[in-house]
Design a protein around this ligand. Sequence first.
Ligand code: FAD
Ligand code: NAP
Length: 338
Amino acid sequence: MIQKDVDLQPFNTMTIAARAKYFCAATTREELREALAFAREQQLPILPLGGGSNIVLTGDFPGLALHVGLQGLDFEPQSDGVRMRAAAGENWHQLVMRSVEMGHGGLENLALIPGNIGAAPIQNIGAYGVELKDTFEELTAMEVATGRLVTFTAEDCRFAYRDSVFKNTEKDRYIICEVVLKLSASWQPQVAYPALQQHFAQASQEVDALTPADVARAVIGIRNSKLPNPVEIPNAGSFFKNPVVDASLYSRLKEQNPQLVAFAAGEHWKLAAGWLIDQAGWRGFQKDGVGVHDRQALVLVNPGHRCGSQVVALAQDIALDIQQKFGVTLEPEPRFYP
Ligand code: FAD
Ligand code: NAP
């Protein structure tokens, strides 16, 4: 059912108050197809919504906000692992925990990422050295222009670091309906990230003996210790992407800042944006109800439930400061609407 003039505050984890001209919560593919037909007739832009944990509403949305609530989860055992078929509206973390409880490995490093499975391919979600693409098999999406169903293989999705075809050539052209993942029986724990290494070293746990549940527990514990729960402190996760810079800029920065946190990425270097923001003195900053989280400077917070323009103004101040202090350009990770 299409509703008019709906408040989107409950549908974004930044809790920004903004209104959608039209809103529809689609729970079946038929409802989704009808909503898309309505938007076509009315020539409305579409804002697909999952958990709203990677968007910033900069004002009222003059089109159709479409909550994709398709449900369904199916595990298909195979000789070399298990295939998981999940509808777009399934909650990501619950899906991870279901797989872990069943003893399947592959998703445990991605525990506690907010949002729904339908958005996971958009930026190829990743954490602690694991990305969606590592287990991804295919997805089914509905073409916005026609309502036709299309299958995308991993190759079609052109997954990259926090990136996919859905942020580039196919941006705004599809609504993801279902995702199929393949969890391999020959699972190995991925615990090379320093926080995980430290955790297991302190707990005197042998890496070879770890189960997917052990890794999921560790990831959940680490995340809870430094990242704000959006239900308590409104936020949209990492506000900026980690910038990837060339070797000459990296060398200059490393010389000037021996503590610089950076990781080789082919011929380039990935800088920890959170370290740069922290170093520039922004961690814990608060002004007029918006601020920077005190345990992870990459996360902007909105405890005052302020409007998108105030969040964006803070982000711009930070980006300008980082440009001036380090000569590094920061780009936002969440998508801004409208
Ligand atoms: P939304 O915010 O609702 O949507 C995100 C984008 O996808 C929007 O452009 C939206 O229009 C589009 N979209 C949503 N659903 C569909 C669909 N079915 N079809 C087509 N387009 C769609 N991300 C990581 O990668 N790694 C992390 O570790 C991580 N940690 C986070 C921690 C916190 C505390 C928070 C708040 C966020 C974090 N994120 C992380 C970001 C975010 O959780 C992910 O990007 C997540 O996949 C977004 O899911 P969502 O359902 O909330 O998407
Ligand atoms: P962290 O462990 O403090 O690490 C800081 C940064 O260093 C991260 O951004 C991470 O890059 C990078 N890093 C650390 N070890 C690395 C290694 N061995 N190789 C390559 N890069 C390495 O980070 P955190 O803030 O607590 O987050 C932990 C994980 O959760 C990270 O993977 C992060 O991406 C993810 N996360 C994402 C979001 C989001 O909204 N996108 C929010 C919270 C957490 P990467 O970010 O590339 O992994």
